[in-house]
Design a protein around this ligand. Structure first.
Ligand code: HEM
Length: 415
């Protein structure tokens, strides 16, 4: 993608106009009508930008399963062209394993995945219950709370800090870094960053977080504890070739992946219920409904709205030819409202029975933190409705600028 991607947007042919609208902050509160237009338009093919955009369930599913779909951005023509023009290939340092392909992806994921096994996550349940109770006990019944600042944000941050072994006292600083770095996942962020004037800030946040994690790794090397950073160091010292850069990149990925996403899930689910008050009452009476509410939120209003792949070879997806090196954008949030896949897709209905979605991805990069995110959200939502049975929306939510990790900045609720 070039800096001129958005230039003269008003004159651009329709596919590009649709994408430019997607980046427009005015689309953030409700991007779903736009997703529908893109889905109904059919795949957007922009060969001059080495880009294809897919928005149906079938196409997204096919790309995620395809053996030639790659995640390493160095395989993309666009990045190769930027490198040839003198830009850094990896401006943010070594990538986390989400942006690697086998064999490195397989090796690094294996080392991290023990910490997220369902058994390990189940053992965290009492801690999560205590954290949720503590956060909600601080809220005054009868007041107006901000559900993001008071619950949805602090819970996942505390959980991921605990798991990794990051001191909670440093949270404000790494929340700042994580929020900026999350914007780096937005489409074209690296190449249009200068237009938004935030690339330098994101680079600085990236440098700060890597430096911070490097220091923490040194501390844990000298004084190991029962946390994931110490476990990753131990794996390295058992003869596995996990380098210092790889440990830092893995911690970096987990902090960012485990943070904004779960904040968005809890807030999006709460908003859906506040807009359907009978569900709030129903969950209060039947806490076992929480997991269906979480799954329907993942389908209806997913925390990660899109992802992408690089064509590792020439590929054909549906009727579209994708040359080797082109980027494929997958609009998961559009795919999950595809009427070919789901009846009444624009209705939030946790009782719809089997709920199929791609909100955690699919295939070798399937979200490592899915069991943890589900645990946090089900406990947060069932406790919330029990403690505040008469909660009501106190105003419209406001949204952060992020396109990919789209989520609320504030959600005012009368409790
Ligand atoms: C609701 C919360 C979450 C959502 C919606 C979510 C979504 C996703 C998605 C869509 C992917 C796949 C991206 C792709 O294939 O391009 C992914 C991967 C990943 N997620 Fe999550 N995630 C969530 C929570 C978490 C948490 C809590 C953690 C860890 C603490 C986590 C760690 C990861 C990691 C490490 C990967 C990369 C896996 C790989 O490349 O093998 N996620 N997530």
């Amino acid at each position: 993608m070039h800096n001129d991607f958005m230039a003269g947007a008003a004159d651009l042919a329709e596919p590009r106009q649709l994408l430019v609208q997607l980046l427009n902050p005015d689309s953030r509160a409700d991007p779903y009508p736009l997703y529908r237009r893109i889905r109904e338009h059919g795949p957007l093919s922009l060969p001059a930008n080495n880009l294809a955009v897919f928005a149906t369930y079938g196409e997204c599913d096919e790309v995620l399963r395809h053996p030639h779909s790659a995640n390493d951005r160095l395989k993309s023509t666009m990045v190769q062209r930027a490198v040839a023009a003198g830009q850094s290939a990896r401006p943010f340092g070594a990538p986390g394993f989400l942006f690697l392909d086998p064999p490195d992806h397989t090796r690094l994921r294996k080392l991290a995945q023990n910490a997220f096994a369902p058994k390990v996550v189940r053992a965290l349940e009492p801690d999560v219950v205590t954290m949720v109770d503590g956060l909600l006990a601080a809220l005054e019944p009868g007041s107006t709370i901000d559900l993001v600042a008071d619950l949805a944000h602090p819970l996942p941050v505390a959980v991921i800090c605990r798991l990794l072994g990051v001191p909670l006292a440093d949270e404000p600083q790494f929340s700042w870094a994580s929020a900026l770095l999350a914007q780096g996942l937005d489409p074209f962020a690296t190449f249009t960053g200068q237009l938004r004037g935030d690339l330098d800030q994101r680079l600085e946040a990236g440098r700060w977080l890597r430096g911070y994690l490097r220091e923490l790794v040194a501390e844990r090397r000298a004084d190991p504890r029962e946390d994931l950073i110490s476990a990753l160091i131990a794996a390295e010292e058992d003869g596995d070739q996990l380098t210092e850069d790889e440990i830092v990149a893995t911690c970096n990925l987990l902090l960012i992946a485990g943070h904004e996403t779960t904040v968005n899930l809890i807030a999006n689910a709460a908003l859906a219920m506040l807009r359907n008050p009978q569900l709030w009452a129903e969950l209060r009476g039947s806490p076992e409904l929480a997991s269906a509410i979480v799954e329907e939120t993942l389908r209806y209003d997913p925390p990660v709205q899109m992802t992408s792949r690089v064509a590792g070879e020439d590929m054909t997806i549906g009727d579209v030819s994708v040359p080797k090196g082109d980027l494929m954008m997958l609009l998961l949030a559009a795919a999950q409202r595809d009427p070919a896949q789901c009846e009444n897709p624009d209705t939030f209905d946790p009782h719809r029975g089997a709920i199929r979605h791609l909100a955690f991805g699919l295939g070798p990069h399937f979200c490592l933190g899915a069991p943890l995110a589900r645990l946090e959200a089900t406990i947060a939502l069932s406790t919330l409705t029990r403690r505040f049975p008469d909660a009501r929306l106190a105003g419209e939510p406001s949204y952060k600028p992020n396109v990919t990790l789209r989520g609320m900045a504030t959600l005012p609720v009368d409790v």
